[in-house]
Design a protein around this ligand. Structure first.
Ligand code: NDP
Ligand code: GDR
Length: 373
């Protein structure tokens, strides 16, 4: 019989890739989507199935991680073999502005699901995956970070995720549940939310190249991250639930780069070389050379990146570098897509959209260009 999976956060970056993967593997996939005043299913629209036809294997339910009764009812209806808890207020900077909401969704939401599984008597049937994060390491205590590295969270988001991490461990130990944490380092894709740094860069620079925006305003460009591709990382989320024993794993590439380097690669993919000048809040990036026809709106000497302290965080995570040795050894997991390949894919996708928007603008239509946070 086909296995059944329930994904919270199915409308997000990871949820959409994981849903595709599980459908390919023959799962019946259920997902929880939030009610919104406009459509929010863009990332999964291509796998949407008409509910009026028989044998549907992709089913969306309205729900919210802040609503226990709703979660319990959905889990009771679905009787999932596997639950992937990917839903979260996932933006670190936003968590400083909405700390209580972030705790409610990211920490208590995890407890609500675990408790629903237990109260419904599904603790021996349902396997549980928790989307834990490298943000747990925060002010890093060891380089590189591995499963045994002590945590030191640096944001309301990370503190909420710390609770979620430990409550997952606790339900495993207390009730014998198959529950585990994937401690995932940053992972990106063309489906990455527009306000995370990589997508902000690829989208912003593509728009600037096409004349839709003038300048990209950045926060801390010295920040170092270990970036992988979301497609590689969701494969591991599934693998973690297929073992004999539940265990926690770090998932990372083992290589780190700065935000500034990501800006340089993105510009290079557009045929632009950048020169960085100045320091701190006065740092700028100037167009040094332009090659090819992807940047018709730009001239040599244009300043296209500036620093805006608005994007600095009250407490920053300066450096993250993961050690994925355990995942390689025990699961045979290795990332297949390099960060440079991923960056090129993201730029090309954003360039395609920017070109379309530029054409619309040329013909007098309004186009969306905002880049916030
Ligand atoms: P996204 O922000 O792209 O997706 C988050 C998902 O959670 C969306 O579907 C969102 O719905 C949903 N959501 C938000 N609030 C609620 C709520 N109150 N109730 C139900 N659903 C909600 O995140 P990613 O796909 O990038 O990440 C997936 C998970 O992995 C998150 O938990 C994140 O914290 C964690 N993580 C991510 C990493 C990364 O680098 N991407 C690294 C480590 C961990 P909507 O579409 O309506 O906004
Ligand atoms: P992060 O990702 O906070 O690591 O959390 P993000 O891409 O937002 O920031 C990465 C680093 O870039 C610096 N930065 C900027 N960030 C944003 N968003 N906007 C800017 O303009 C900017 N300028 C510099 C940040 O200060 C930071 O150091 C992501 C999320 O997906 C979490 O949910 C997940 O848990 C972690 O990755 C692992």
């Amino acid at each position: 019989m086909n296995r059944t999976a329930l994904i919270t956060g199915i409308t997000g970056q990871d949820g959409s890739y994981l849903a595709e993967l599980l459908l390919e593997k023959g799962y019946e996939v259920h997902g929880i989507k939030r009610r919104a005043s406009s459509f929010n299913t863009e990332r999964v629209d291509h796998i949407y199935q008409d509910p009026h036809v028989d044998n549907q294997n992709f089913i969306l339910h309205y729900g919210d991680l802040t609503d226990s009764s709703n979660l319990t009812r959905i889990i009771q209806e679905v009787q999932p073999d596997e639950v992937y808890n990917l839903g979260a207020q996932s933006h670190v900077a936003v968590s400083f502005e909405s700390p209580e909401y972030t705790a409610d969704v990211d920490a208590m939401g995890t407890l609500r699901i675990l408790e629903a599984i237990r109260l419904l008597g599904l603790e021996k049937k349902t396997r549980f995956y928790q989307a834990s994060t490298s943000e747990l390491y925060g002010l890093v205590q060891e380089i590189p970070q591995k499963e045994t590295t002590p945590f030191y969270p640096r944001s309301p988001y990370a503190v909420a995720k710390l609770y979620a991490y430990w409550i997952t461990v606790n339900y495993r130990e207390a009730y014998g549940m198959y529950a585990c944490n994937g401690i995932l380092f940053n992972h990106e894709s063309p489906r990455r939310g527009e306000t995370f740094v990589t997508r902000k860069i690829t989208r912003g620079l593509a728009n600037i190249a096409q004349g839709l925006e003038k300048c990209l305003f950045m926060g801390n460009m010295d920040a170092l991250r270990d970036w992988g591709h979301a497609k590689d990382y969701v494969r591991m989320q599934w693998m973690m639930l297929q073992q004999d024993q539940p265990e926690d794993f770090v998932i990372a590439t083992g290589v780190q780069y700065s935000v500034r380097e990501f800006i340089k690669w993105s510009a290079a993919e557009l045929g632009i070389t950048l020169r960085f000048e100045g320091e701190g809040v006065d740092e700028i990036a100037v167009v040094e050379t332009i090659d090819g026809d992807n940047a018709p709106a730009l001239n040599v000497g244009d300043v296209i990146v500036r620093v805006d302290p608005r994007y600095f965080r009250p407490a920053e995570v300066e450096t993250l570098l993961g050690d994925p040795a355990k995942a390689k050894e025990k699961l045979g997991w290795v990332p297949e897509i390099t960060v440079q390949e991923m960056c090129a894919e993201m730029v090309q996708e954003d360039l395609r959209v920017a070109k379309r928007h530029a054409l619309l603008k040329q013909h007098g239509h309004e186009v969306p260009v905002s880049v916030e946070n």
